[in-house]
Structure formats: C-alpha cells, structure tokens
Design a binder for this molecule. Structure first.
Ligand SMILES: Nc1ncnc2c1ncn2[C@@H]1O[C@H](COP(=O)(O)OP(=O)(O)OP(=O)(O)O)[C@@H](O)[C@H]1O
Length: 396
C-alpha cells in the first residue's frame, strides 16, 4: 500500500512573491487525491515541494517519519525512490525510443539485469496501453501516447506515491476519459497514494477520493470529495462549472466592483461562459471489470464515516448516498444504536456493524460522535437540498 504524506504549515515564496502559505493536508495512504486551483496558484510548485525539488521556507512534509524539509541528502535520496512523477509534458528524452525512456530509471537506479529490465518495461508499457510502440521516438507519437509513456516511466520503480502534474493537458476529452480510467485501474492494481494536479473538471469530479483547492495563496479546502463537490463557496462553484462570473479573474482575483458589474451583466441575461451547471456528487469511476477492487474505497469509507459528523451536512448526505444498500442499512443500525447509547450512557459497547469498518466503534476515549444525519433517499442528488457554507476540512 502507498504511504501517507503529511504536510503541515507549508509556506513557499520566490523572493518577495509569496506563492502560498500555511498549507496543511494529509494525503491518505493508497487513496487518490486531486489538487485544483486557478492557473498560477502554485499547484506545480506544491508538487515540487513534495518531492524536495523546491524548498519551502516554513513547515514540514513528513513521509515515513522523515521530514523532507530538514532531512539529509541521503534520506532525501531514499524517500525520492518512493515517488513516481508524471510531469506535465511527459519529460521524455527526445533522442531515446520509448523502451529506453521507460527503462532509464531502472538502468540508473537499480542493478537489474537487461532481461529483468525488459520484463518490467514491457509490463509497464502494456499497463499504459503502449505495447508495440516501444521502438518509436517521442517525436513520432501523439501527445496522449507521450503522456502514457511518461506514466509508464513513472511506474517502473514501483512507486508508493505517484504525482501527476496535469495528466490531461493537451489531451482531447475522450483520451482524458481513458486516462482517468487508467489512473483508477492503476490505483486498484498497485494501491499507491496518488496526487493529481488538474484543471479538468470531469477528471476532478469522477476520479479522486479527496479534493483540495488552492486560491488566494491558501489551501481553501481539502477533504473527502463530497465536501468540495457539494460546496457552495463561490470560488468552488465557479471553478467546477467553468464560469467567467465569480471571484476568479483572468489573471487573479477580482475586486468587489468588478463582481457587482458582472452580476448585473448576468442578471441582464448575458452568458457566463459555462454551458452547464453541475452540482452534487457524481459517481466515482470504478476499476475496469476484471481489475481488482480498490482497497482505497473500503479504507476511505471507513475513515470518512468516522469523521462524518465533522463534515458539512450536504457532504454527509453525499457520503451516505454513495454507500451500498447493505452498508447503508448497517450504518443506519449503527447510527440508531450510537444515538441510543448516547442517551443511556456516555460510553457504549462496540457498535461496528459494517464489515471492515471497525472504526465505527467509539474512539479510544470512549467518545461517541455527534448524531449522524438522517439518511438520504436513494438517488437523491446530495447537495441539492442542503446547501451550506462548508467548513474547511484540511485533514481528510
Ligand atoms: N523556479 C521558480 N522561480 C520563480 N518563480 C517561480 C518558479 N516556479 C514557479 N514560479 C512562480 O510560481 C507561481 C506558481 O506557479 P505554478 O506553475 O506552480 O502554478 P500552477 O498553479 O501550477 O499554474 P498552472 O495551472 O498554470 O500550471 C507562478 O507565478 C510562477 O511564475
């Protein structure tokens, strides 16, 4: 399983230009997370800080107990071996064919025989749908193939953490859908912790387990996907619906006067540039039939139910609506008994009833969580009926 990445109070500037400050989030092990944000908000800079290519001024990035911001060169070298990185442009060597590009990290960082390297390279080329293209040069293949070759190369050292910087950039919507499926299938197969930086709204809605957003030099939100997808924060709604009207401007945030002028413009019937108004939690992509089930889904359900009462109400409904009928019935059972237990005593006995969801027990202090919300109707669009300002959820 992938490892946890715990970021605490991270701040980064270039000279006097502050990029973002006090960013705190935890990438849960083996889950897929996405980081959104308007152009220039420092998403790529954040990825580079996670692998130690850039040094933040303050804060920590803890992986396997090592703080990347203060560790030795030797420790950094070891931690970097855990990462596979897909850069925006694939970052392939133009003079090497795909086979040699993908084999490069194995030849550089391991003592594997050429026969073993060949086996691994062909395995990763197959995983990314590039079998048969191994003799092509990067200049002879399409942008989508270059992306997949970059992904194949990112995978050869069996990374536990995969960072993908705009994996969809330059791809058409259909290829992006294939790539989204590939990322989910990959997670199902190797259970790595994945962080995707993207502007792609469809990918953001359907792939990650957790979503965060950078805006105005801060991480304004990070948590289970249901939190951001049901949020009525103007900046989140504007971003998720690709609208021109809202706090995000062409180069930076807008002032109040500009926003008021826009609102008047909109009320007068002018288009805001979007062609749809999608709200609520859309279903997450599942692994292709024949692939293993994602362990991350079970772990996340476990984790999110434990913190359910801390989420905004609309997000709680989104989470509950995504449970299977069987798990929903068990959760309902547990919720009733938990509420009953609270009425009778400050401490109830074990109440976990969902298989694998042992965290539904009271925590070590015997504290029970707040009453869960009433169960939603199956098929209801969570977030439609309960819309409230979310609390930032920095630790999913
Ligand atoms: N090495 C660097 N030196 C100085 N400034 C930098 C450096 N790298 C990035 N920046 C600045 O940091 C800011 C954030 O850049 P970054 O590429 O992280 O944004 P982003 O959110 O990924 O944008 P996009 O979505 O357009 O790719 C930009 O203003 C950029 O010019």
């Amino acid at each position: 399983m992938g490892v946890e990445v715990a970021v605490e109070g991270l701040s980064k500037s270039f000279g006097r230009q502050s990029i973002w400050r006090d960013v705190t989030l935890t990438l849960p092990p083996g889950e897929v997370s996405a980081l959104l944000g308007p152009s220039g908000t420092g998403k790529s800079v954040f990825l580079k800080c996670l692998i130690g290519l850039l040094k933040p001024e303050r804060g920590s990035v803890i992986i396997n107990g090592v703080n990347l911001c203060t560790c030795s060169e030797r420790e950094m070298y070891e931690i970097r071996k855990l990462f596979g990185v897909l850069f925006q442009d694939g970052a392939l060597f133009g003079s090497m064919n795909l086979f040699d590009n993908v084999a490069f990290p194995l030849r550089e960082h391991t003592r594997k025989s050429e026969a073993e390297i060949k086996r691994i390279v062909f395995e990763k080329l197959e995983l990314t749908g590039l079998q048969g293209a191994e003799t092509k040069l990067p200049g002879e293949i399409s942008g989508g193939m270059r992306k997949r070759a970059g992904l194949a190369r990112a995978l050869v050292l069996d990374p536990e953490i995969i960072l993908c910087d705009e994996p969809d950039s330059g791809l058409d919507p259909v290829r992006t859908a294939y790539l989204s499926q590939l990322l989910i299938d990959l997670n199902a197969q190797i259970d790595a912790t994945i962080l995707i930086v993207t502007h792609n709204i469809n990918l953001a809605r359907t792939v990650p387990d957790n979503i965060g957003m950078l805006f105005r030099k801060e991480l304004i939100m990070f948590g289970p996907r249901e939190v951001l997808l049901t949020s009525d924060e103007p900046v989140v709604e504007q971003f998720l619906n690709g609208r021109r009207f809202g706090p995000i401007g062409m180069s930076e945030e807008k002032d109040q006067a500009t926003m008021a002028a826009e609102a008047a413009h909109q009320e007068a019937g002018h288009s805001d540039g979007s062609n749809e108004d999608v709200r609520g939690v859309v279903p997450q992509i599942e692994p292709t039939p024949g692939m293993p089930a994602r362990d991350a889904v079970r772990r996340r359900r476990n984790r999110v139910l434990k913190i359910l009462d801390t989420l905004p109400e609309s997000a709680q409904h989104g989470v509950l609506a995504s449970l299977s009928a069987e798990d929903l019935g068990r959760y309902d059972d547990w919720a009733r008994r938990a509420a009953q237990g609270r009425m009778n005593t400050r401490h109830a006995g074990p109440v976990a009833t969902i298989p694998g969801v042992s965290t539904l027990d009271p925590d070590a202090t015997g504290r029970m969580h707040a009453p869960p919300p009433p169960l939603p109707h199956r098929g209801a669009r969570p977030g439609d009926e309960h819309r409230q300002r979310p609390r930032p959820e920095a630790r999913p």
